[in-house]
Ligand binder design. Structure first.
Ligand SMILES: C[S@@+](CC[C@H](N)C(=O)[O-])C[C@H]1O[C@@H](n2cnc3c(N)ncnc32)[C@H](O)[C@@H]1O
Length: 298
C-alpha cells in the first residue's frame, strides 16, 4: 500500500453505518496491491479457515441426498483466490471436488489471468451489496476481509444469500497486526533520515558529476517512496484499521448475536503465536430448528 490513503469516512446508504474507509477506496488500494502480491492474510489463519471449510462441506455432503444440486460456496473479499488455490491442493479436496461449486467475490479489479484457482466463478463487486439471489449459497466464508466492509450491511447480505440451514466461516483481523506494523515504522523512520542525509550530501558535493541531475531525481524518488509508505502505515494502521476491526472476542460475539439472534455462534481468538500476528475466528451455523428466518435481511 504505497499510494497515499484518503481518510474519508463513508456512510452506508442502507444501514447508515459509518466506516472510516469506503469500499471504493479499498477497491482502488487493493487493485494496485494485487498487481504485485497474490494474498494479504497470514498463511496460518488461511489454513485454519480451509480446515473448517472442508469440515463444513463434508458435513453438508453427508447430509445431502444423491440427487441434490452441488454445494455452493462463496468467498467474500477473496482477493486473487489464494485460499481457493490452497483448498484445491488440500489432500481431502479430491473427495469433495465433484460436489462443490466455488464462487469468489472482491471489490478490487482482478483480471482473469491473476486469479489463482481453477474452475471457479469470480465476480467484481462490493461485499455489502452482493449480486446474488436470496438463498443461493450453502456456505459463505471470508478470510480477513468482511471486517473491512460496512459490517451490518455485509452480514445482512450474507444472511440474505445463505440458504436456511447455511453456514458461515470467518477470519477477522486482530489488533496485533496494527501493533506489529507500527513497530516496523522505527526502521522506516531511520531509512527516511538516511535518505535525506544522502540527498543533502549529493546536493553539496555531487554537483560536478555529469549524472548530478539523474542522481538527485533517483534519490528524491526513493525518499518519496519511503515517505508515502510511512504515511500509508501511519494512516491505515494508526487510524483507519483500529476503527474498522473488532478488538475482542466479546465485541464479535455481541455483534454477531445482535445480527443473528437465533444462530449457533462460536468465536475464538488466536494470539501469542511465535512471530505471527493473531486472528479471530467466527463460525456461524443457521438451521431450521433455530428459526433463523426471523433474522433474514429485508
Ligand atoms: C486483507 S485482504 C484479504 C484477501 C484474501 N481473502 C486473503 O486471504 O488473502 C482484504 C480483501 O478484502 C477486499 N475488500 C475490501 N472491501 C471490500 C468490499 N466492500 N467488497 C468486497 N471486497 C472487499 C479487498 O479488496 C481485499 O482483497
Amino acid at each position: 500500500m504505497t499510494e497515499r490513503l484518503q481518510h474519508k469516512p463513508y456512510t452506508d446508504p442502507r444501514s447508515g453505518e459509518v466506516v472510516p474507509m469506503s469500499p471504493d477506496d479499498f477497491g482502488t488500494t487493493y487493485s494496485k496491491y494485487y498487481q504485485s502480491e497474490n494474498n494479504d492474510s497470514p498463511d496460518q489463519s488461511r489454513r485454519h479457515l480451509i480446515e473448517r471449510l472442508i469440515i463444513g462441506i463434508e458435513t453438508l455432503i453427508s447430509e445431502k441426498r444423491a440427487d441434490d444440486a452441488k454445494i455452493t460456496i462463496l468467498d467474500i473479499g477473496a482477493g486473487r483466490q489464494i485460499l481457493e488455490n490452497e483448498l484445491q491442493h488440500h489432500p481431502r479436496f479430491s473427495t469433495i471436488a465433484e460436489y462443490v461449486s466455488i464462487f469468489t467475490l472482491d471489490i478490487a479489479n482482478i483480471s482473469a489471468y491473476q486469479l489463482l484457482a481453477k474452475n471457479t466463478a469470480h465476480v467484481t463487486a462490493d461485499g455489502s451489496q452482493l449480486p446474488f439471489a436470496n438463498r443461493s449459497f450453502d456456505i459463505v466464508y471470508s478470510s480477513m476481509a468482511i471486517d473491512f466492509m460496512p459490517k451490518q450491511a455485509a452480514f445482512g447480505e450474507v444472511r440474505r444469500v445463505l440458504k436456511e440451514n447455511g453456514k458461515m466461516f470467518v477470519n477477522f483481523h486482530h489488533p496485533d497486526l496494527a501493533e506489529s506494523e507500527l513497530r516496523n515504522l522505527s526502521t522506516l523512520y531511520q531509512k527516511r533520515r538516511d535518505q535525506i542525509n544522502t540527498l543533502e550530501q549529493i546536493r553539496r558535493h555531487g554537483q560536478k558529476s555529469s549524472k548530478f541531475v539523474q542522481r538527485i531525481a533517483k534519490h528524491q524518488s526513493d525518499l518519496q517512496e519511503t515517505r508515502d509508505l510511512i504515511y500509508s502505515i501511519e494512516t491505515f494502521f494508526g487510524q483507519i484499521f483500529p476503527e474498522l476491526i473488532f478488538h475482542t472476542t466479546d465485541d464479535i460475539i455481541n455483534f454477531l448475536q445482535s445480527q443473528f439472534p437465533q444462530a449457533w455462534i462460536s468465536v475464538e481468538e488466536f494470539t501469542n503465536l511465535k512471530g505471527i500476528n493473531g486472528w479471530f475466528t467466527a463460525d456461524i451455523h443457521f438451521d431450521q430448528q433455530n428459526g433463523s428466518e426471523e433474522t433474514e435481511a429485508a
